[in-house]
Design a protein around this ligand. Structure first.
Ligand SMILES: Cc1cc2nc3c(=O)[nH]c(=O)nc-3n(C[C@H](O)[C@H](O)[C@H](O)COP(=O)(O)OP(=O)(O)OC[C@H]3O[C@@H](n4cnc5c(N)ncnc54)[C@H](O)[C@@H]3O)c2cc1C
Length: 387
């Protein structure tokens, strides 16, 4: 049993705590935020591969209790004509269906599971640096305290302090060329759609997506190419500004998107899409990165959270099945880096194709959403990690 210091109590950090606990280790989570994880209020879709990873450490049922199922996708053009319709993911079983949920809800459920299992989670603990020896690693926090373990897991997200300390000259997050708007509207639902359907609109100027929840609330996002919003502009942006900016971009199209945005009140937010370049260093002697800290992708593929959950499960299996920590970390990276970087590349291409209005990626460049037998074995708790 190893004492494992997890930095970051978001999706990756809480998932890693649950999976490492199940593997017989002793995780302790240190989260910078004083109350809960940081949250920008957006919603997300959790894909079938993410749900399978959750099942591996017995958290799928809790997560299936929040949000709602998404079982199919309809793609519309700017004239409102359907270009394609398809079922989504492993929709036969309630625990492996895509789910749409608010990011805050997912964080809260995972933190509650951590608490329920008696795993310590310390808030207001912001890592500033760490020191490694051959056998131990010590995390140092902004309040002057420290924590020592045999392994430090950096699950501290896109702007990871663990990553910066591991690779002081390594590249940081870059702007992906789009601002992303998120909103929730309880105005009259758009003329949709079968229950559980996500409608994606290839608009003339904006990529748009929307779903209607069982409570008739419309969840929507819009991805708008252009320069990033600087900090001062972001601070001054109100929901009304965002509506005024988006509606004229959507109006020319014969789709419900402009009406959905016009009917949205205060629950409207905007963020710059950021991503990391591939090739980031993931490991030190006693340190490893997971989730966005290692491989943040722009949101286009909707796979960031699912990738973080896969990381947590595979890291726990590697540490369960391999006695030496450095060999276990190498096995983790061997199994995770190609998939995570496939997602980064697919998301970057999807974003670039939208920005330039070029065709969408070909089949070989698709995000890693398909659950094949190899992935099923990788994410199955009872199957040993392949060599
Ligand atoms: C707008 C938007 C929409 C998205 N939509 C989707 C989607 O539909 N589907 C999907 O799968 N993914 C989506 N993602 C991506 C997904 O949110 C991320 O991939 C996921 O949250 C990564 O989890 P994480 O735990 O690695 O990082 P985070 O969720 O960012 O968690 C990191 C945690 O570390 C803490 N922390 C930071 N610094 C420190 C420090 N120095 N010390 C201690 N703690 C620290 C933070 O407070 C935070 O709680 C979206 C992302 C964004 C921004």
């Amino acid at each position: 049993m190893a004492r494992i210091v997890i930095v970051g109590g978001g999706i990756a950090g809480t998932a890693a705590a649950l999976a490492l606990h199940k593997a017989g280790h002793e995780p302790v989570v240190y989260e910078a935020h004083p109350q809960s994880g940081e949250d920008i209020g957006a919603f997300m879709t959790l894909a079938s591969n993410g749900m399978l990873a959750l099942a591996g450490f017995d958290a799928a049922e809790a997560v299936a209790g929040i949000g709602f199922d998404v079982t199919g996708l309809s793609l519309l053009d700017e004239g409102g004509s359907e270009l394609a319709a398809m079922p989504l993911g492993e929709h036969g079983h309630p625990l492996t269906r895509y789910r749409c949920l608010r990011r805050a809800e997912l964080g809260a459920v995972l933190q509650a599971e951590v608490a329920r299992q008696g795993i310590p989670l310390h808030h207001a603990a912001r890592l500033t640096s760490f020191t490694e020896t051959a056998d131990t690693v010590t995390a140092h926090f902004a309040d002057g305290t420290s924590a020592t373990g045999e392994l430090l897991v950096g699950a501290d997200g896109l702007h990871s302090a663990v990553r910066s300390h591991l690779s002081p000259t390594g590249p940081g997050p870059e702007y992906a060329g789009q601002q992303v708007f998120y909103g929730y509207s309880t105005a009259t639902p758009p003329p949709v759609t079968a229950e559980g359907l996500i409608t994606m609109v290839r608009g003339s100027r904006v990529a748009f997506g929307y779903l209607v929840s069982p409570a008739d609330e419309t969840f929507w996002f819009a991805r708008v190419p252009g320069p990033p919003a600087e900090a001062a502009e972001r601070a001054a942006t109100t929901p009304a500004h965002s509506r005024d900016r988006l509606v004229p971009l959507l109006r020319p199209d014969a789709t419900p998107c402009a009406e959905i945005v016009a009917g949205t009140g205060e629950e409207l937010m905007v963020t710059n899409a950021l991503h990391l370049p591939p090739g980031t260093r993931w490991r030190g002697r006693r340190t490893v990165l997971i989730g966005d800290a290692a491989h943040a992708a722009s949101p286009a593929t909707g796979q960031g959270a699912s990738m973080a959950l896969e990381d947590a499960l595979v890291l726990a299996k590697a540490l369960r099945d391999t006695p030496e920590i450095d060999t276990a970390l190498a096995r983790y990276e061997h199994h995770r880096r190609p998939r995570a970087e496939q997602n980064m590349a697919a998301s970057a291409r999807l974003t670039a194709s939208r920005n330039s209005n070029n065709p969408a990626p070909q089949d070989s460049q698709q995000p890693p959403t398909r659950v094949d037998e190899d992935l099923r074995r990788l994410l199955d708790w009872d199957t040993p990690l392949p060599a």
